[in-house]
Design a protein around this ligand. Structure first.
Ligand SMILES: Cc1ncc(COP(=O)(O)O)c(C=O)c1O
Length: 445
């Protein structure tokens, strides 16, 4: 089924030379990209928006003459499209260089805010927990992206913040609401939980966390304790399922263009920016983005991000239905070709929703480590986990281990993620490719 009438953007590489020369490994006729959680190609409409802006809106957006005003208009239109995609207000969107910056901006801003209120209120949080001093406390979970985990670990190491990494449930792969609430301290100032995990696709219970945190905040306000803000990294969810900041009830939300067929920049949503939710800049400069993120705006990339957001706002349901169909077909075909005993579906947890495009699975067998299988594949382009963990060697993904996947199974894991133009025919090619790779590794080919 091809629900989305989009041109085929998958990598289709013709062999540079004819396959099958004597003693040579035969060249692939074509390749099938199934690594859309790592990055996505640009939609043709996005390329067009970027190109037009490069050509026609090169003026400095801060300039008052027409070339500058045109650039400013493009930026404002893009801001509106981003806001529409997530059900927020345009004035609550700040453009950034990408997800890593957005995540760091939230964390560093909250540290600063904690110290501001601590100084102005004379240390209400400290008086409840003198042993901790005036250190802000963060709550996150063990399967977050490195752009959350590493800044928090860094702050903890430098004694700038205290951090609780809540383990995810080994039953459903989620960070559980009760565990998060149990970790709250008087000094807690931010809960940051991703909306969807990049390796398993598991959707985290962000609306439930938000409801519980809001109720708790009412009690904290009367006790003079700092309010707990809620952030979600929506990098993997956008463009794959509906994302609405009102339903989620979050104060901050991270947007990453290159995960939804947009360019490599991003944005940060901040609810009621500076009126309801404080934001302190990491950079200081020329006043752009209302001083929250100064630096002359990257108009062409912002134009492309706006177009990518517009496409998501208009077509998200169709994208989701198509990806789900192809991903489910992939899992069906894997089970049919290899047998239920050989395939372990690592991302199917009872009671958890997951992204429609992600299939994390292992083919059981002593010689079938994920990396070895991928290296034997002739057509399939995929990964064994997050791109930022590609230096792990043969060690299994810490994310899968956290989710309770046994060591030997996790070591064989492959993460296949389908996109808007992946077809059932691609799935057939990939399953046959995997079969020949396994036969090679088991010495039968
Ligand atoms: C969940 C998640 N958050 C953040 C990022 C980082 O985004 P960027 O590559 O724009 O820095 C990624 C990208 O891999 C991601 O998957």
């Amino acid at each position: 089924m091809e629900a989305v009438a989009a041109p085929n953007r998958d990598v289709r590489v013709r062999a540079a030379s004819p396959p099958g020369g004597r003693g040579e490994k035969s060249q692939p006729e074509r390749q099938v990209y199934m690594d859309y959680n790592a990055t996505t190609p640009l939609e043709p409409e996005v390329i067009q928006a970027v190109t037009e802006a490069m050509r026609e809106a090169w003026g400095n957006p801060s300039s008052a003459y027409p070339a500058g005003r045109k650039a400013k208009d493009i930026i404002n239109a893009a801001r509106e499209n981003l806001a529409k995609m997530i059900g927020g207000k345009p004035q609550d969107i700040i453009f950034t260089s990408g997800g890593t910056e957005s995540n760091n901006l939230v964390i560093h801003s909250v540290v600063k805010h904690f110290h501001e209120i601590h100084t102005s209120k004379g240390g209400a949080a400290e008086s409840h927990s003198p042993a901790e001093g005036a250190m802000p406390h963060f709550i996150t979970c063990t399967v977050e992206h490195d752009s959350i985990r590493l800044p928090l670990e860094h702050l903890a190491k430098e004694h700038v913040a205290a951090v609780t990494f809540v383990p995810v449930s080994k039953v459903n792969g989620q960070a559980e609401v009760d565990d998060i609430l149990a970790a709250v301290r008087p000094t807690t100032c931010l809960v940051t939980i991703m909306l969807a995990n990049n390796e398993t696709g598991v959707i985290m219970p962000v609306p439930e966390i938000s409801q519980r945190v809001r109720a708790l905040n009412q009690r904290r306000a009367t006790a003079g304790l700092p309010l707990i803000l809620l952030h979600t990294d929506a990098a993997q969810a956008l463009g794959k399922r509906r994302v609405d900041v009102e339903d989620l009830g979050v104060d901050f939300l991270t947007i990453v263009g290159h995960k939804f067929y947009g360019p490599r920049i991003g944005a940060l949503y901040v609810r009621g920016l500076s009126e309801l939710t404080p934001l302190y800049p990491m950079l200081f400069g020329g006043g752009q983005e209302r001083n929250f993120r100064p630096g002359t705006e990257n108009t062409p990339m912002i134009a492309g991000l706006g177009k990518a957001a517009e496409l998501v706002a208009e077509n998200c349901e169709a994208y989701e239905a198509h990806m789900r169909d192809v991903r489910d077909y992939l899992e069906e075909r894997l089970l049919a070709e290899f047998g239920k005993k050989r395939i372990h579906l690592n991302s199917q947890f009872p009671g958890s929703e997951r992204l429609p495009n992600t299939c994390n699975f292992s083919i059981r067998g002593p010689q079938l480590q994920g990396r070895l299988v991928l290296a034997q594949c002739r057509m399939l382009l995929a990964s064994v986990g997050a791109a930022c963990h590609s230096d792990l060697g043969d060690r299994p993904s810490p994310v899968l281990l956290s989710c309770g996947i046994p060591f030997d199974v996790a070591r064989n894991a492959l993460r296949l993620s389908v996109g808007r133009s992946t077809t059932r025919a691609d799935v057939e090619l990939v399953v046959q490719d995997l079969k020949q790779a396994v036969a090679q590794l088991e010495g039968q080919a």
